[in-house]
Design a protein around this ligand. Structure first.
Ligand code: 3PG
Length: 216
């Protein structure tokens, strides 16, 4: 299964207190030109939010903070199309594949990248990116793991997303800065649209084709 993440540029991380707040945020992201959203299971509304976004938006909706195989079953039922975890758990990857969804497990070390490669994965989340040395660490890891694509997450913002995306080993960037939790909880779609529009405009100004990753 090919990775869809190279086509989205930005994977917003959305943590919503209610499904309706998630839909308001998702519609705002969509108005800004964002095509994808990762809904975390950090609130009790996570699974319902995935179902609501799948029904009411055209976004490529995935689940985040997925820690257990049973959660994969729940988010698959809700309509998630990809499954993100902070770390690498073979059981979660296997459950994700069983449902025909895209796994995006997190890695932080060369050993974890190697385990991911051993599982046949070619795209992994790099988390928490800023605490692990950011782009310089991705460059170091991509030297031996030449076929691996990274989705850095943790500390990404308007200030560094183009630097990450300009590197050939970076498939997309991920983070909550385009859907700030305060704005999501306040159901402030305008604030989310403004943050997401700034992100998209930053990419366009840097010469990236949005939402597609530049071909180079
Ligand atoms: C996460 O899963 O928490 C993401 O890495 C988001 O990190 P951020 O809030 O620093 O963007």
């Amino acid at each position: 299964m090919s990775s869809p993440f190279a086509d989205v540029a930005i994977v917003p991380v959305l943590t919503a207190p209610t499904a309706s707040a998630a839909v308001i945020a998702g519609r705002a992201l969509q108005r800004a030109g964002i095509t994808c959203v990762e809904v975390t299971l950090r609130t009790a509304a996570g699974v319902d939010a995935i179902a609501a976004l799948s029904e009411h938006t055209n976004l490529f909706v995935g689940a985040g903070t997925v820690l257990r195989p049973a959660e994969v079953d729940a988010v698959a039922e809700a309509g998630a199309r990809f499954v993100v975890s902070p770390g690498l758990d073979e059981r979660v990857v296997e459950a994700t594949r069983r449902h025909g969804l895209h796994p995006l497990p997190g890695v932080a070390t060369a050993s974890e990248v190697q385990r991911a490669v051993g599982l046949g994965l070619s795209t992994v989340k790099f988390f928490p990116a800023d605490r692990l040395g950011g782009l310089e660490t991705i460059k170091a890891l991509s030297a031996p793991f030449r076929e691996v694509q990274f989705v850095p997450s943790g500390g990404i913002s308007h200030h560094n997303l183009t630097a990450y995306l300009a590197h050939g080993a970076v498939a997309a960037v991920s983070g909550s800065w385009v859907a700030p939790s305060g704005a999501v909880a306040a159901e402030d779609g305008q604030a989310i649209e403004t943050a997401a529009t700034t992100a998209v405009e930053t990419l366009v100004a840097a010469g990236f084709r949005v939402p597609l990753h530049p071909e180079n």
